[in-house]
Each structure stands twice: as structure tokens, then as C-alpha cells.
Design a protein around this ligand. Structure first.
Ligand code: ADP
Length: 256
């Protein structure tokens, strides 16, 4: 019996299939709410698992666009989904930092992986993947290359504006005055980290700390957060799938 979780995000759609407590297939499509992304993620995850729709006993949707996915039997909040998914990936995690395409959340988990507290920024692009996308666009660099450049920095360029639009002008003027691109990229990563660290401090940092969501792919942001918070941050290459994984695990639990 298979259980599916689908995370319909603002920028991407993710799907995970679970059987007997194991991930048996997954897919990530770079198209989010309002596109064919969720449908594609679902069929690609089925294909990856060698399964057909009839094999799926229950499908749970999460993410910003969860209500728009008509194939789900149930929906759950992103907070619940990321809590469950990260508890599965990191059983000792007590603080989850999730940075997605348009919001950032810090979730405190109890020892059993249940959500005990959270804070969220869904009002402002600073401190989210959107900020990185805007800056990557200014620099004409693919988002996946920011990490490599950040690692080459000698000194992160200070970015003082907390507003994405003003920070964009700041980046342009730093480039114009000759600041090396790696230093600018490290400054961009540090800016995201400092916004999210401020959120995390409101919840309180309890170790183990782990990161999920698309921005977790960026080692520059992970390292800047480790420095700002003064704790190591656990991370998995499946971090961006954590919400979909949590939804699939919820589907599995509710059917038992
Ligand atoms: P959502 O669920 O809101 O669609 P995701 O958790 O899927 O968000 O994350 C999407 C975000 O992750 C995008 O804003 C994208 O810019 C960012 N992202 C994806 N890969 C990378 C990467 N390698 N480095 C930095 N950011 C990344």
C-alpha cells in the first residue's frame, strides 16, 4: 500500500510516495501553485516508484496551494507537514528552519516531533527564497551557483537594507563600486540568514537545529545561519521534499 504527500508551493511542486515507512519515490517540479506542476510532480513520483494511481491508498496535500490540488483526500498545514517530515529525517531535531520561495518559518518540535511553537514571516520577501531569486537575477547567476560563489568570498559585503527593493539597489551600487561578486553573494546569503535568525531567536533555539525548504540547498545561507546562531545546522539533500514527506507520513498514520 502506497501513501502520497504533495506539497504545492509558491514556486515548486514536490511529491513523495511512502511505503512501509520508507520513501519509495519522489519528484520535484519547478512550477508551483496555479500551474501543471502538482499534477506533474504526482505522476513523476508515481513513475519513479514504478506505481500507478490505484496503488495510492491515501494522498495528503500541503503547501501554500494545497487547496488547489484536487487529487488529495485531505490537506494539512505546512507547519504540521514540515514538523513531521523533519522529525523523520532528523529524529533529534527540536528546531526546524524552513525557508521556501515566499516565506520562512521556524518550528519548535517537542521530543516526539510534535509542533510546540512557531514563528513565521510571510509578509516580506527579505529572508525568503524570493530575495535570493531577485538578487541572482540582478547578478545574472543561476540560483544554484550562489553557494559556490559565496564560498569564494573574502569578506561578506554588508547589505543593510531590510527591504528587498532597497537591497537590490544596494547590490547594484556595490557592483558598480567594484566589490567582488563573491563578496556581494556572501552578503546576500548573510542578509537572508540574519532575517531568519531574528525569527529563530523569537522561538528560542533548541538543538538539534535542522533546515528544510529550497533555500536549505544553499550552503552559503546555511553557513551564515550557523555563524549567526552559533549552532551547527543539520541538513539533508532531501530538505526541499520535507513538507511532501511529512504529508505522505500523515497519510500513512491516519490510515493505520
Ligand atoms: P515553495 O514551497 O514556496 O515553492 P521551496 O521550499 O520549494 O518553496 O523553495 C523554493 C525556493 O528555493 C526558491 O525561492 C528558490 O529560489 C530556492 N532554491 C532552490 N534551489 C536553490 C539553491 N540551490 N540555492 C538557493 N536557493 C535555492
Amino acid at each position: 500500500m502506497h501513501f502520497a504527500g504533495i506539497d504545492v508551493g509558491s514556486t515548486t511542486s514536490k511529491c513523495v510516495l511512502v511505503q512501509d515507512g520508507e520513501m519509495i519515490g519522489s519528484a520535484l517540479v519547478d512550477m508551483g501553485i496555479g500551474t501543471a506542476g502538482p499534477e506533474r510532480a504526482y505522476s513523476e513520483a508515481l513513475a519513479a516508484a514504478g506505481a500507478v494511481p490505484e496503488d495510492v491508498a491515501c494522498c495528503v496535500a500541503t503547501g501554500y496551494g494545497r487547496s488547489s490540488w484536487k487529487g488529495a483526500d485531505q490537506t494539512i498545514s505546512e507547519l504540521t507537514a514540515h514538523g513531521l517530515g523533519n522529525h523523520f529525517l532528523f529524529p533529534d531535531a527540536r528546531t526546524v528552519i524552513d525557508i521556501g520561495g515566499q516565506d520562512a518559518k521556524v518550528i519548535e518540535l517537542d521530543a516526539n516531533g510534535r509542533m510546540a511553537n512557531f514563528v513565521m514571516n510571510d509578509k516580506c520577501a527579505a529572508g525568503t527564497g524570493r530575495f535570493l531569486e531577485v538578487m541572482a537575477n540582478v547578478l545574472r547567476i543561476p540560483i544554484g551557483e550562489l553557494e559556490v560563489l559565496a564560498a569564494q568570498a573574502e569578506q561578506a559585503a554588508p547589505i543593510s537594507s531590510t527591504c528587498t527593493v532597497f537591497a537590490e539597489s544596494e547590490v547594484i551600487s556595490q557592483l558598480a563600486s567594484g566589490t567582488p561578486v563573491p563578496d556581494v553573494v556572501a552578503g546576500i546569503c548573510a542578509s537572508v540568514a540574519s532575517r531568519v535568525a531574528a525569527l529563530a531567536k523569537r522561538v528560542g533555539i533548541k538543538e538539534q537545529v535542522c533546515m528544510s525548504g529550497g533555500v536549505a540547498q544553499n550552503g552559503g545561507v546555511r553557513r551564515a545561519l550557523e555563524q549567526t546562531l552559533g549552532v551547527p545546522i543539520a541538513w539533508s539533500s532531501q530538505a526541499q521534499l520535507a513538507g511532501a514527506l511529512g504529508a505522505a507520513l500523515h497519510a500513512c498514520h491516519k490510515s493505520h
